[in-house]
Design a protein. Structure first.
Length: 457
């Protein structure tokens, strides 16, 4: 009986197959492109339940309506080889089958069974956290990671998973401590870098966050497109707050929208950053057209509500007719989604979708109504706090442009609690105070902008 690099039992027949297992597990946990090596290894060893299960899981992570079809051959092979596999591998196949059948509740139960018996199976922990994240159950992410802590104190990526779960639970001191512990074990651990960037953004440590990410950029090698573009996305958020708009736009052009333009995470990162650039007053030129060209095939993609909503905004903002098709698909999904996700589609995604399309088409009052209905439930669609702030910012922009200035003042001042010197935020505050007939407050906001920009000179 062989074991993977974490010590989990595997029943592969060759050293090459074992190397492919380790490439997948370690590469997946480290967000590295070598994880994809498992596809060729599974094709070369069709009788391996584990390799084919891992290949099937990789395809399901495509986050596309194409994913089940791509995964199907590997799912079939894994299922056929299940009986001869080790009990851990059999459970991994069962996890794959449940996910493939869209029975996420069952998949989560299987994951818990695996972790109880084999607490070093950090791949399954990561996938469990992935599903918890997509439904906004952040305490479940923390609970799952904490349950295997005794077995993984020496593993950097486990501390990174703890850090992000803590951060999403608003336990920021604990998140920072876990992230720094991960980085002390492995300086290039990207998920810990990412978690620490979240902490600094949430606490308004903007300059420190920018310096931190700039200081670890040299470690972003071999990363898959999601992790590389997402770390640059976080750096761009710091740049936007600082008023370094040229650098933020350069991050978009040179890093965030240059790699896998047909991949879900690259697409939503581009939509989200492009919208934020516009709200900051940056002229983005024809960039929406380029994004929409790649979003067009998402016109009926309702695989995940968090992703769908950003596809929809990108299409609507670019004036594409596919936005109407996707909005219709959201309405159908809201009525017919599985019980496990129906409420998220019906009560959050659908009103948000209607509000997003209204905003993109200039009906700001309708945008306010749709988004305000959705926002209290938006945690259910998934995404991180920083990512879901996209919807908050669209709602705020609609509030201002609908002339609801008193409401806008309240929202802007609340945001200043975690972005006190943010250049785009204070510029909007100055505009709102000026329109409210409060010139002294407008002048204070303008002075904050001037001080911030002077600090960059």
């Amino acid at each position: 009986m062989r074991v993977d690099y974490l010590g989990n039992p595997v029943t592969v027949s060759t050293e090459a197959s074992l190397a492919a297992v380790d490439d997948f597990v370690d590469g997946f946990l480290a967000y590295e492109t070598r994880a994809a090596n498992v596809l060729a290894a599974a094709d070369a060893d069709p009788a391996s339940a584990l390799l084919n299960a891992y290949a099937g899981l990789l395809w399901l992570l495509l986050e596309s309506s194409e994913a089940p079809g791509r995964a199907a051959p590997y799912v079939a092979r894994a299922h056929a080889a299940r009986a001869a596999a080790h009990p851990r591998e059999q459970a991994v196949v069962d996890f794959l089958l449940a996910w493939f059948d869209d029975d996420i509740r069952h998949a989560l139960a299987i994951a818990d069974t695996i972790l109880a018996a084999w607490p070093r199976d950090l791949l399954i922990l990561k996938l469990r956290q992935y599903h918890d994240f997509n439904r906004g159950d952040f305490p479940a992410m923390l609970r799952a990671a904490a349950s295997v802590g005794d077995a993984n104190a020496d593993i950097a990526c486990w501390h990174g998973m703890m850090a992000f779960a803590y951060e999403q639970c608003h336990l920021l001191d604990e998140a920072e401590a876990a992230a720094r512990r991960a980085l002390s074990l492995q300086a290039r651990e990207p998920w810990a870098q990412h978690a620490l960037a979240h902490v600094m953004l949430t606490q308004g440590r903007i300059d420190e966050g920018a310096r931190f990410l700039e200081g670890v950029r040299h470690t972003w090698t071999g990363l898959n497109s999601f992790m590389d573009t997402h770390l640059w996305w976080h750096l761009a958020l710091f740049y936007l707050s600082q008023g370094r708009f040229d650098q933020a736009l350069d991050a978009y052009d040179q890093h965030c929208w240059t790699q896998e333009k047909d991949y879900s995470q690259d697409q939503v990162g581009a939509v989200s950053l492009l919208a934020r650039l516009e709200w900051a007053g940056v002229d983005v030129g024809g960039r929406w057209r380029d994004v929409a060209d790649h979003l067009a095939k998402r016109r009926d993609d309702v695989v995940q509500p968090f992703l769908t909503l950003q596809y929809l905004y990108g299409l609507a903002r670019a004036g594409r007719a596919e936005a109407d098709s996707l909005l219709a698909a959201v309405r159908r999904r809201a009525a017919h989604a599985p019980d496990f996700t129906r409420a998220a589609w019906r009560d959050a995604a659908l009103p948000a979708a209607e509000g997003l399309v209204a905003h993109a088409r200039g009906d700001f009052e309708a945008a306010v109504q749709g988004l305000r209905t959705a926002l209290p439930r938006m945690i259910e669609v998934g995404g991180s706090h920083a990512q879901r702030d996209f919807f908050e910012q669209i709602a705020l922009d609609a509030t201002i442009r609908a002339g609801r200035l008193s409401e806008a003042q309240q929202a802007l001042e609340l945001r200043r609690g975690f972005d006190p010197d943010g250049v785009p935020l204070n510029r909007r505050l100055a505009e709102v105070y000026d329109q409210l007939g409060l010139p002294a407050e407008a002048a204070k906001a303008q002075a904050r902008v001037a001080r911030r920009l002077a600090a960059l000179a």
